[in-house]
Structures are given as structure tokens and as C-alpha cells.
Design a protein around this ligand. Structure first.
Ligand SMILES: O=C(O)CCC(=O)C(=O)O
Ligand SMILES: [Fe+2]
Length: 262
């Protein structure tokens, strides 16, 4: 994996080293303060670019165009919220997705299934262990956003999400987020409505270099990707792990996100 990953800077393969302990401590601290952490250029940028190019023909011919209007919950209705509540405002999303069953042999698959990464993430996230999903579609994806495409405001299904940026666009395609807008006990619908109206001063933007591994707690932190501008697409790998083995999407979720069931 040292070919692809910068294991000198991020010694995930040396869990007994002091450098590893330092890295875990830094990531825990970033997670506690910002709800996310980054390993800059963890996937060496030349391999990130090569992976983006290698996957482009498949993206052109086989990907699912995830295009729909949705609210921040990806649900039709929320018990106790009237249909016209501004927290349920609909937004357009469009991007193209390749699923894990279309990514056999890819570098993204190698990273997703590499046990030291799972162990490292578990340690940073204070979990006894983390497991890959047992879902042929939702375990890991590569998403492409071309000119005008975007992923609109949403909360994630999983507690946290791991991404690796493969290719950055020339303009737009920015990741925007609002840390801890809700909690497990307080859905904060008025706060959600404020954010969606563009009136939350605590919204932030993140800009990362290609190859960066980002981990963010997206279950209570709404986030979006702004529309891409220009000819260069934004391409990103999304890796999902759970605390229990065997996690799967429901058929309804598979259909909604990937246009098919498997
Ligand atoms: O494209 C990204 O940076 C974010 C992807 C994301 O939020 C998701 O897949 O849930
Ligand atoms: Fe997300």
C-alpha cells in the first residue's frame, strides 16, 4: 500500500510506533473540535489523479445519475413536521455514482478493504472495531460531479463518512457544512430551516487537495457540495464503515441512491 498511500507521513502500517500514537491523538483532537479530520494527500496525488482517469470511461458508460429533489433527511415526511415546514425544503441533487460492485480491482477498493485503515479509524473514533458494509452498492462509491452538478444539503445515514478526493474541479464543488446542528435528542428543526435559508453564520467551507482522506461526522452535521463550474469534474471516493458487521441499505435506500437493488 506504500506505493499508493503516504505511509511515511501517516504510519497506519506501524500501529505500535510513537508517530502513530501522535497521529491518532491529533485526529481525535480535530474530531472533537471540528467534527472532522483530514489526512492531506494520504493517497498520493499522482495516484488520485490516475484513479480518476482510470475510472472515467466506466463513469461515462455505467454510472448511475443520482438526480432528484430531496430534503435534508432524504425522507418523504417527518412525523410531527407539517409538509410545508421550511426544514423540509426540497433541493436538487445530481451526480454520477459508481458502486462497489462496479469497482472491483480499483485502488479505491484496495483502500476500503485495507485492515490497517479500519483499525486506525476505529481507534480515532473510539470504537472497539469498525467493519466494511456487507452491501454490494453502498459500501464504497466513487461520485463524479460535472459542470452544474451538486449534492445538496443532507444528513448522512451513517454516523460518519470517509472520503478521498480523487480530482478537484477548477471552480465550485466546495464542501460546505454546519457542525452539530442537531443532536440525537434535539432535531432543531428551526436551526435546520435557518441553515437552508442561507442564514446560519456558522456554516463553514472546506477545501482539500486531491488525495486527502477526510473523516466527518455527518449524521448530525448537514453538508452539501456546491455546483461544479468548468470542464474539470470533481471526483471523490466515499467509504462507509459501521460498528457492526453486515450493515446493509434497505432496498428503498438502494433504489433511491443507486437506481437499482442488489
Ligand atoms: O462529495 C462529497 O464530498 C460528500 C459526499 C457525501 O456527503 C455523501 O456521500 O454523503
Ligand atoms: Fe453526506
Amino acid at each position: 500500500m506504500n506505493t499508493y498511500l503516504d505511509l511515511e507521513k501517516f504510519p497506519l502500517d506501524r500501529p505500535d510506533s510513537p508517530a502513530y500514537a501522535n497521529l491518532v491523538a491529533r485526529c481525535k483532537s480535530d474530531m472533537a473540535t471540528h467534527g472532522m479530520f483530514n489526512l492531506d494527500a494520504f493517497l498520493r496525488p499522482e495516484y488520485a489523479q490516475a484513479e480518476a482517469e482510470a475510472l472515467t470511461p466506466k463513469m461515462d458508460s455505467e454510472s448511475f445519475n443520482h438526480k432528484r429533489a430531496h430534503n435534508v433527511y432524504f425522507k418523504k415526511s417527518i412525523p410531527g413536521l407539517s409538509e410545508d415546514h421550511p426544514a423540509l425544503k426540497l433541493f436538487e441533487t445530481s451526480n454520477n455514482t459508481l458502486c462497489n460492485d462496479q469497482l472491483a480491482g480499483s485502488v479505491v477498493e484496495k483502500i476500503y478493504t485495507w485492515p490497517p485503515l479500519q483499525r486506525f479509524l476505529a481507534e480515532v473514533m473510539d470504537k472497539p472495531a469498525l467493519y466494511p458494509m456487507d452491501d454490494p452498492l453502498a459500501a464504497f462509491n466513487v461520485m463524479r460531479y460535472q459542470e452544474g452538478q451538486a449534492l445538496n444539503w443532507h444528513f448522512d445515514r451513517s454516523e460518519f463518512t470517509v472520503t478521498v478526493l480523487l480530482q478537484a474541479p477548477d471552480e465550485g464543488g466546495l464542501f460546505e457544512y454546519r457542525t452539530d446542528l442537531r443532536t440525537a435528542d434535539d432535531p432543531n428543526y428551526d436551526g435546520v430551516a435557518r441553515l437552508l435559508a442561507g442564514e446560519d453564520p456558522q456554516m463553514q467551507q472546506m477545501n482539500v487537495v486531491p488525495g486527502t482522506l477526510n473523516v466527518f461526522r455527518g449524521v448530525n452535521t448537514p453538508h452539501r457540495v456546491t455546483p461544479v463550474k468548468g470542464d474539470r469534474a470533481r471526483m471523490i471516493a466515499v467509504l462507509t464503515y459501521y460498528e457492526t458487521p453486515g450493515a446493509r441499505f434497505t432496498q428503498t435506500e438502494q433504489l433511491g441512491f443507486y437506481g437499482r437493488t442488489a
